[in-house]
Design a protein around this ligand. Structure first.
Ligand code: SF4
Ligand code: SF4
Ligand code: F3S
Length: 268
C-alpha cells in the first residue's frame, strides 16, 4: 500500500519505561514489518524513529498538522498532573507531557492508551502518587481505548490498531475502556493450571514439589481470578510464554490500580 493508504500513527512516550514499545515490536501475526509497511505509517515514535532533537519535534508538529483528523494517537505512559504537569517535560522546548497529550489529542481520529501507565496511571500512580500521575482518559475529553497490561501483549496492541485500520472505528469496550475481544475473560478462566485449582492442588511455597509439578499458584499470590486479560490463550513473545507458565502468579497488571489493590504480589 502507498503511504497515503496507510493509517498514520503518532505514538507519544510520557511517564513510562518503554516496555510497551518492546512488546509492540515483537508482533508476529502480522509481523511488525508488515504492520508498519503495509497497514500503518509510523509518523512519530521516539524509540523507533531516526530523527532526534529539533528535527524530531518538527516531525511531530508536521505530522499533527498533515494528518489532522485522521491519525491514531497512541500514548505510552502516565500523565503527571501535579505542579502543572512539570514532573514530566519532553523535548527541547520544555513542554509538559500534559501539554503535549492535549495538543496531540485535538486532531486524533482515535486515541489508544497503550499499557497500564497510560490507561490507569500504572506504577507512577501508586500511593502516594507524588506527581499525581493519571491515565490519559482522565486528562483528555475524547474516547480512549485502554490497553491494560504492564505491558499489554503485542497481540492486544496490534489487534486493536488493526481493528481501527480495518473497520475505521474502535472495538467494543468493557467498563474500564478495554477492548472486550482481548479483556473479556478472566486469566483464571483460561489458565492451563485451572484443573489443578479445581482439584485443590496448590503450590505452597516457591520451589516446592507442587511448583515442580505445575500446581496452581493461587496460594503464592496469583491474581488470575480477579484479572481480565487473554494472556493464557495469546501469550507473549511469539506465543512463547506468559507469567503463570513461567512459574509466577498473575499480578493483575491489566487492572486499574493494581500496584495498590493487588500487592503484596506473593500473598493471596
Ligand atoms: Fe512500562 Fe508497564 Fe508502563 Fe508499559 S505499562 S510503560 S511496560 S511500566
Ligand atoms: Fe487461576 Fe492463577 Fe491458579 Fe491459574 S495459577 S488456575 S490463574 S489461580
Ligand atoms: Fe499481567 Fe497477569 Fe497477564 S500479570 S501479563 S495480566 S497473567
Amino acid at each position: 500500500a502507498e503511504i497515503a493508504d496507510r493509517v498514520p500513527l503518532i505514538w507519544l512516550h510520557l511517564a513510562e519505561c518503554t516496555g510497551c514499545s518492546e512488546s509492540l515490536i515483537r508482533a508476529d501475526t502480522p509481523t511488525i514489518d508488515s504492520v508498519i509497511f503495509d497497514h500503518i505509517s509510523v509518523e512519530y515514535h521516539e524509540t523507533l524513529m531516526a530523527a532526534a532533537g529539533w528535527q524530531a519535534e518538527e516531525n511531530l508538529e508536521h505530522a499533527l498538522e498533515a494528518y489532522k483528523g485522521g491519525y491514531v494517537l497512541a500514548v505510552e505512559g502516565a500523565v503527571p498532573t501535579a505542579n502543572d504537569g512539570h514532573y514530566l517535560t519532553v523535548g527541547c522546548k520544555g513542554h509538559t507531557g500534559m501539554e503535549i497529550v492535549h495538543h496531540a489529542a485535538e486532531g486524533a481520529a482515535a486515541i489508544v492508551s497503550v499499557g497500564t501507565c497510560a490507561a490507569f496511571g500504572g506504577v507512577q500512580a501508586a500511593a502516594p502518587n507524588p506527581t499525581e500521575a493519571k491515565g490519559v482518559d482522565q486528562v483528555v475529553h475524547k474516547p480512549v481505548v485502554n490497553l491494560g497490561g504492564c505491558p499489554p501483549s503485542e497481540k492486544n496492541i496490534v489487534g486493536t490498531l488493526m481493528y481501527f485500520v480495518m473497520f475505521g472505528k474502535l472495538p467494543p469496550l468493557d467498563m474500564y475502556g478495554r477492548p472486550k475481544w482481548a479483556y473479556g475473560a478472566r486469566v483464571h478462566d483460561n489458565c492451563e493450571r485451572r484443573g489443578r485449582f479445581d482439584a485443590g492442588e496448590f503450590v505452597e511455597t516457591f520451589g516446592d514439589e507442587g511448583a515442580k509439578q505445575g500446581y496452581c499458584l493461587y496460594k503464592v499470590g496469583c491474581k488470575g481470578p480477579y484479572t481480565y486479560n487473554n494472556c493464557p490463550t495469546e501469550r507473549f513473545n511469539h506465543h512463547t510464554s506468559w507469567p503463570v507458565l513461567a512459574g509466577h502468579g498473575c499480578i493483575g497488571c491489566s487492572e486499574p490500580n493494581f500496584w495498590d489493590a493487588m500487592a503484596d504480589f506473593e500473598k493471596p
